[in-house]
Design a protein around this ligand. Structure first.
Ligand SMILES: [Fe+2]
Length: 502
């Protein structure tokens, strides 16, 4: 029976120590897109290998019955392309050499850092994917080096791509640098051009105080040179500093240096090479690009939103209600989304959609938009165009695609009798349904030219009455849970028809 999901990279973890085996399996499962199978010894491992395809085997050396070295021999016989990482509590040079000769791609000594294992798993599996595109029998050193470079770079790019803000990027850069090339200390320094000073915003390996008071002054000339040359520098055996090997790579935006990633090694193990310099440069360049893109995007986004907000505000000149209403709907829809555990990016979308949901009213003539009495069928049809007009206003901007859809459908009804498309039930976009509930509640609880505001309790009752007709029941329940209830008395008179709320 094949119990490995084929789309995922598959890994077999073989260890007789259930504690370590579970730790490794859990960490790999949490790390991402891997299918993991476990075996408690070499014999069971071999059986699983015969039954399944595995991209990688992580295997303990000392195990009862068939040990890791014997299993490695068997793997080379029956599945020669499978990558093997060996783990042992008793590493010796002889064992390491023997394992590498037999074809293990790497060797980890217990106790090991789980992050180191995950890094190796990721990089070797990437290398395997790249290799599969070439002749699998090719073993030329230059090709192997190229593959290693490509897989390490793609690992670096992916990690930086996953960061959400500059703080995370800086932290990730430091972690990546130490993981990929090693070292004693790593820091991100922001450069103040006017004062010609460096401010260490992230430091790893030594204390921030030590870095600022001892290392920055001792490396100052190299840091200045990096800024001046605007290119990465490698210095080995540096006199008058606490380190024997240093790499500095500039962070640049439009060719201007705004910071430096500085990496230093103290012992002989950390004498950096040109290849290390290349990796650190890759980290610095990728992060710089990412920061620049993010800043450009944020400024574009902010400008765009303020333009739209002034458009909404311009409706205020004619209809004071629309702008105030949009701001109140934004506040209450966010509270509902938080109660429903929506993600920060979903809440951001809702914020924009709620602010702009009635932007289409800009095209409605005053005599209809501001009419104090009940609307005629024709007038109501004109008003009903506003979601589509709003959608069209946002159409030229692909970055607001999600918000556009929410706005188009904010007057659909659960029973399919809404507009503009008569969508029904869960076919209506979820956030349009959420906006519909909060929009209707705010409209009911505020004064309009043609009627007075309803009390909160009466509006809640109206929402409940329209559950599964106009509104999504679950959303209504969550929305009601966000209200700070207070005893109120419903006004006497006729309740407005929720279907006529615009
Ligand atoms: Fe509307």
């Amino acid at each position: 029976m094949n119990d490995v999901i084929p789309e995922k990279k598959s890994i077999l973890v073989v260890d007789d120590d259930i504690g370590i085996r579970s730790l490794v399996v859990d960490a790999i499962c949490q790390a991402g897109n891997y299918a993991v199978i476990e075996a408690s010894d070499g014999v069971e491992g071999l059986e699983k290998l015969r039954q399944n395809h595995f991209d990688m085997v992580i295997c303990d050396v000392m195990m009862p019955g068939m040990n890791g070295m014997d299993l490695l021999d068997k793997i080379r016989e029956i599945k020669p392309t499978t990558h093997v990482i060996l783990i042992t509590a008793y590493p010796t040079i002889g064992l390491t050499v023997s394992a590498m000769k037999t074809g293990a791609v790497d060797f980890l000594a217990k106790p090991f850092n789980i992050d180191d294992l995950l890094y190796k798993v990721d990089v070797y599996l990437r290398a395997k994917t790249i290799l599969s595109e070439y002749d699998k029998q090719t073993t030329a050193t230059s090709l192997t080096t190229k593959i290693s470079d490509l897989s390490t770079r793609s690992y670096i790019y992916d990690k930086i791509e996953l960061t959400k803000n500059n703080d995370e990027i800086f932290q990730e850069m430091v972690d990546l640098a130490l993981k990929v090339v090693g070292g004693e200390a790593c820091s991100i320094l922001l450069y103040d051009k006017d004062c010609q000073e460096f401010d260490a915003v992230v430091v790893k390996g030594v204390s921030q105080t030590f870095f600022k008071s001892v290392i920055i002054p001792s490396l100052y000339s190299i840091l200045r040179e990096t800024v001046h040359k605007r290119e990465p520098l490698l210095r080995n055996i540096i006199r008058n500093t606490v380190y024997s090997s240093v790499i500095c790579s500039p962070l640049k935006m439009r060719d201007q240096v705004f910071g430096i990633i500085a990496l230093s090694g103290k012992s002989n193990e950390h004498v950096y090479t040109e290849r290390d310099l290349y990796y650190i440069q890759s980290i610095a360049n990728r992060a710089s690009l990412n920061i620049e893109n993010r800043l450009l995007y944020e400024s574009l986004y902010t400008n765009l939103l303020s333009t739209f907000q002034s458009l909404v505000a311009s409706i205020q000149a004619r209809d004071y209600y629309t702008e105030e209403h949009s701001m109140r709907v934004k506040d209450i829809v966010i509270r509902t989304a938080e109660a429903m555990s929506c993600s920060p990016s979903e809440i951001e979308s809702l914020k924009i959609a709620a602010t702009l949901h009635d932007i289409g009213k800009i095209s409605i003539p005053d005599d209809i938009l501001l009419k104090p009495g009940r609307l005629t069928t024709y007038e109501f049809d004109v008003i009903k165009n506003h979601p589509v007009i709003g959608e069209n206003i946002l159409k030229p901007l692909p970055i607001l695609d999600t918000e556009r859809l929410i706005i188009r459908h904010h007057h659909e009804r659960w029973d399919g009798n809404g507009y503009p498309d008569g969508l029904q039930g869960s076919n209506i976009p979820f956030f349009s349904r959420m906006l519909a509930v909060t929009d209707a509640f705010d409209a009911m609880t505020n004064n309009r030219p043609y009627r007075k505001a309803m009390a909160i309790d009466a509006a809640v009752a109206e929402l409940k009455r329209n559950v599964n007709r106009q509104f999504d029941e679950e959303i209504v329940d969550y929305f009601i849970s966000t209200l700070h209830r207070r005893p109120t008395i419903a006004p006497r008179g006729i309740l407005p028809d929720a279907g006529q709320l615009v």
